[in-house]
Each structure stands twice: as structure tokens, then as C-alpha cells.
Design a protein around this ligand. Structure first.
Ligand code: 0RQ
Length: 509
């Protein structure tokens, strides 16, 4: 029954999730495992949420601070946010209840570049970490840990926390053992040395996570699945976005700016990113590689087809079918996938050296190429910046994608000014919508506005954008990046009042 727990000392620590959750001090800062739904603990957070709810009912509310790798599952973010049990959340979340708590002002959230998290924790920028709650696939006789379907910040949480709670998940295949590469060479400045990865599949670390058994206060068993959300079927718009991108890559190969097998691919979260990977499976490129943070179904399909040789990532985000495909064919996938800590999967040094092609989705872009990935109407958080900034700033090609319009054509995803900036004009090379692709490399702001409006804007917003730009050019204080500050955000203001960015709504309210 305990075959996954081979360390005798830790066998003595096996207990129920409720008993383990009771050991977490009120007000503690807790680092949990989990990256985009994979490898997050499933039992202890839920038991902790129940404990908080019970405590609230007794008139004694308390909260914890929650740090993770990235987004988790309903058992963590959903349950703890519902219990109103989170004081400060970092660095990324995508849970609907968590999002609601943040946007109603009931929960603090700090949106952090994913490559920064571990080092900021080591620098002491976030304060002290009290408890680590980490899902693992197994515990070896010496107490070292077989990581689960993500590594994320687990190494850092295990090293920094005073107390450790382990969740051993028997549902995760034991064959995961050997797929991970946990690098223990990151030093603090001024003692840092180069990270010796020059190819996506290089291994520079250890297969297992180190863990001091003396810090472990509880071991809990589970067999619950990861949050494996299904993807939307690929629609025409996503197919068109993928088509524009493939045509662009072919053009770049022809011009000698990309090798025939491209460069290592990074692909973000969401349906569009997944659809682009699907299109590459049927596309003309062979022997592709990936240096990415999340592996979605699309990349699994590319590995299966042989188009993709290998993937370096820090976690999975698979649909239920994707999970089944992975588990049933683990022997096929094992030597093609390496799972690293997120400080390595997202490391600027490596992204720059490898020349990664970064493809991330966005909420909106403006006519100068500034990109908003995180906020609706400048104030409501959607998910977070995640790794998109790590990749965009350092990529060989930084590509952002969206449908040209949202909410049934009422909102334009190309706007006079973004309502929040995540990626500045300096970090954005290519914008793609279902309408077309704008190549911004080497262009001045005014040249960029011209191609973005012409190639990317939805037809129903083109004239209004052009009208704004023409008037801005005429009346602007400066002629470098023409702007009418009083009008630039009026599109969002109108949409908040009327649900539409179209000017015709201006007079009717
Ligand atoms: O809302 O579901 O209520 O209709 O935004 O939009 O089109 O489903 O797109 O799932 O690909 O997500 C940027 C959020 C896109 C995501 C974002 C509304 C739209 C819908 C979602 P509804 P779609 P996706 C690697 C990289 C940042 C992190 C990142 C993201 C909802 O990709 O979080 O890149 N990225 N990480 O209706 C108002 C607009 C809108 C809009 C769309 N202009 N205004 N709402 N929507 N455009 C992974 C990690 O780092 C972990």
C-alpha cells in the first residue's frame, strides 16, 4: 500500500489530509507545487480550505499567503479563494473564483515574471517561506523525491521552507522518474556562473528533488488527477492565425533568417496557442524542437507525428485525452521530454542563447505594438503575465496572437492605446490576428501603426482606427508616437459603459 514511500522515516509521517492541514500555522506563507494545473497537491489545500471555513464559522477567520509555480487547480486556488483564505497570492493564477476575489478587491495578488519567482524568494524580496506542500510521484529510500508532472518552483520551496508536507500521488505514472532535470547550480549574485545548456535537450542537473527528511512533518496519499481541461475545438479564426504564422515562417526560411527546422518553439497557454501547434503538425517543417514552459496537447501531437524531436518544459497542461495518450505511451515520450525547474525553463540567458521563437496569446495590442496580456479595461486581471515576458523580452522572434475582435465583434483587439502594458513596443516583433500578420521589426512607431491597422485590425474597426490615427498625427503634441491622450482610452471607456467599442454607441448612452 505504501510502495511509493520507500523512506522508512517518512512512512512514519503518513497521515490524513485533515491532520496535515491542521499543522499549517495560521497566517503562514505556504509554497505549493503546481504549474498550469499539473503536479499541484490535491488533498491538503482542500482540507486547509475546509479548516479555514470552519474557523470562519466559529468567528475566527484566518488566511495564508500562497505561492506556487503558476496556475493550479480548483482544489487549491478554487477552494482557498472560495473560503476567502488567501491574503497574498503570487505569481500566476487562472481560477475563476480567485479572479473574482482579486477583482472585487478581497484578495491581494502579485503578478510576477515566472523566471523571477525563485530568485526573488532566495533574495528575500517576498519575506519568509514557512511551509512547502509538494506533490510527488514517489519518495526514494534516502528521502529524495520523484517529481510529478511539473517541477515549477518545487526545488526552491523545498529548500527554503521550514516545514514540508508531501502529497504522494499514486495516479501519476512512476515512469515519470528520470524525465526531470533539477539543476542545483544556481548561485546568488555575485557568485553566479553560466548555465551550461546549449541545446534544448541538454541535461545539467539531477533526476530527483533533494529533501531533508527532518523537515517533513506530514505525508499524505492521493490518487486524484491533475486539472486536465479540454481544449475548444479549433475554429476558423485560430486556423487562420496558424496559417498566417506558417506562411511567415516559410518566408523567413526562404530569406535565410530561420533554419529549415526553425528554432526552438515556445508556445503559451490557451486555445489559439494549442491550435498553432496543431497546424505545425500538418505543416511543412521537420525536426522541430521546443524550449517552452507548458506542454499542451498540440506539442504531444507533434512529438507523436515525428515533426517535433523533443520538448524542454516545466509542466504539462493536457486535456483528459492528452493525459491518457501520455500515460499509455510513456515509453515513447520519456526520452523526448525533459521537465525542468521554471527558473531554468524560463531563464533569459537560455532563451536568448537558444534563439527561441516565442508565441503567446494576448488580450489586445495597440497601433504601436504595445501588448496587454493581463487586464480587461485596465483594471480587471484575467490571469497574469506568466512566462510571456520572460520569453518575449529575450526571444529571437517575439510573436503575439489574438482574434482581431472579441465579444461578438463589439471589442477591437487592436486599440489606439492598450489599457495596460505587459510587453512594450520594444519587445514585440510580430502581431498576428485572424485578419493577418504585422511584421514590426525595424519599423518606427508611425510605420508600425500603418501595418498594424492595415493587416491586423478587424474590418469593422479599421476606419475608426485610421480616423483616430490621422487626427492624432495632425494634432499630436509630438510627431514621434502620435497620440491624443484624452481620446486614446475612450474606446475602453465606451465599452465599459455600452459593451461596445464602436463609436455609434457614443451618442446612444
Ligand atoms: O473571455 O471566456 O469570458 O469570453 O478574454 O480569451 O480568446 O479565449 O483566449 O484562452 O487564449 O487567453 C491572453 C488571457 C488569452 C491568455 C489570454 C476575453 C475573451 C475571453 C480569453 P470569455 P480567449 P485565450 C505561458 C505564457 C498571459 C500569460 C501567458 C493569458 C477571454 O493567453 O492569460 O501568455 N496570457 N503565459 O472574450 C476584453 C479584449 C479581449 C477580451 C479577449 N480585447 N477585451 N476581453 N477577451 N480579448 C503560460 C504561462 O505563463 C503559465
Amino acid at each position: 500500500q505504501h510502495s511509493r514511500i520507500q523512506c522508512p522515516k517518512l512512512l512514519d509521517k503518513v497521515m490524513s489530509a485533515e491532520q496535515a492541514a491542521a499543522l499549517i500555522p495560521e497566517g503562514a506563507t505556504v509554497g505549493m507545487s503546481g504549474f498550469t494545473g499539473s503536479g499541484a497537491p490535491k488533498e491538503v489545500p482542500q482540507a486547509l480550505a475546509a479548516r479555514i471555513e470552519h474557523s470562519v464559522a466559529q468567528g475566527h477567520p484566518f488566511r495564508i499567503n500562497l505561492w506556487t509555480g503558476a496556475s493550479t487547480g480548483p482544489e487549491i486556488d478554487g477552494a482557498l479563494a472560495k473560503a476567502n483564505g488567501i491574503q497574498m497570492r503570487l505569481p500566476y493564477q487562472s481560477d475563476p473564483i480567485g479572479r473574482q476575489r482579486i477583482n472585487e478587491g478581497a484578495m491581494d495578488y502579485m503578478d510576477v515574471h515566472l523566471s523571477h519567482v525563485a530568485q526573488y524568494a532566495w533574495f528575500g524580496f517576498f519575506g519568509k517561506l514557512d511551509v512547502a506542500v509538494i506533490e510527488v510521484a514517489g519518495i526514494l529510500p534516502d528521502g529524495s523525491l520523484i517529481p510529478s508532472t511539473s517541477v515549477g518552483n518545487n526545488k526552491t520551496w523545498l529548500d527554503l521552507a521550514d516545514l514540508v508536507i508531501l502529497e504522494v500521488n499514486e495516479r501519476q505514472p512512476i515512469g515519470l522518474a528520470g524525465m526531470h532535470d533539477v539543476y542545483y547550480g544556481t548561485q546568488l549574485p555575485p557568485n553566479r556562473v553560466p548555465i551550461q545548456i546549449t541545446h534544448t535537450q541538454d541535461r545539467i542537473g539531477e533526476q530527483y528533488l533533494r529533501c531533508d527528511p527532518n523537515k517533513v512533518i506530514a505525508v499524505v496519499q492521493t490518487n486524484k488527477p491533475d486539472r486536465n481541461s479540454p481544449f475548444k475545438p479549433v475554429d476558423d479564426k485560430a486556423r487562420r492565425i496558424a496559417g498566417h504564422l506558417i506562411e511567415f515562417f516559410q518566408h523567413e526560411v526562404k530569406r535565410g533568417r530561420l533554419p529549415a527546422n526553425l528554432l526552438p518553439l515556445q508556445s503559451g497557454v490557451g486555445n489559439i496557442a494549442n491550435a498553432v501547434m496543431g497546424a505545425l503538425t500538418d505543416g511543412p517543417f521537420e525536426n522541430l524542437t521546443a524550449f517552452t514552459e507548458v506542454m499542451q496537447d498540440g506539442m504531444l501531437g507533434m512529438l507523436r507525428s515525428g515533426k517535433l524531436k523533443n520538448v524542454s518544459c516545466t509542466g504539462f497542461s493536457l486535456s483528459p485525452e492528452g493525459e491518457r495518450e501520455f500515460v499509455d505511451n510513456l515509453d515513447f515520450y520519456r526520452d523526448k521530454i525533459v521537465i525542468r525547474p521554471q527558473e531554468i525553463s524560463n531563464h533569459p540567458e537560455l532563451i536568448r542563447r537558444l534563439g527561441v521563437i516565442a508565441m503567446n496569446a494576448m488580450i489586445e495590442a495597440d497601433i504601436y505594438g504595445n501588448v496587454n496580456s493581463t487586464h480587461v479595461y485596465g483594471s480587471a486581471i484575467m490571469n497574469g503575465i506568466g512566462g510571456s515576458g520572460d520569453f518575449a523580452r529575450n526571444a529571437y522572434l517575439a510573436i503575439f496572437m489574438a482574434n482581431a475582435s472579441a465579444k461578438g465583434g463589439e471589442l477591437s483587439c487592436i486599440v489606439p492605446a492598450v489599457s495596460h502594458v505587459d510587453h512594450t513596443e520594444h519587445d514585440v516583433h510580430i502581431l498576428v490576428t485572424d485578419e493577418g500578420l504585422a511584421d514590426l521589426r525595424g519599423l518606427s512607431p508611425k510605420q508600425r501603426a500603418k501595418v498594424i491597422i492595415a493587416n491586423c485590425a478587424a474590418p469593422e474597426f479599421k476606419d475608426e482606427l485610421q480616423d483616430y490615427y490621422d487626427r492624432a498625427l495632425h494634432h499630436s503634441y509630438g510627431k514621434h508616437t502620435p497620440m491624443l491622450p484624452g481620446e486614446a482610452l475612450s474606446w475602453h471607456e465606451r465599452a465599459m459603459r455600452t459593451g461596445s467599442m464602436h463609436a455609434k454607441h457614443k451618442e446612444t448612452v
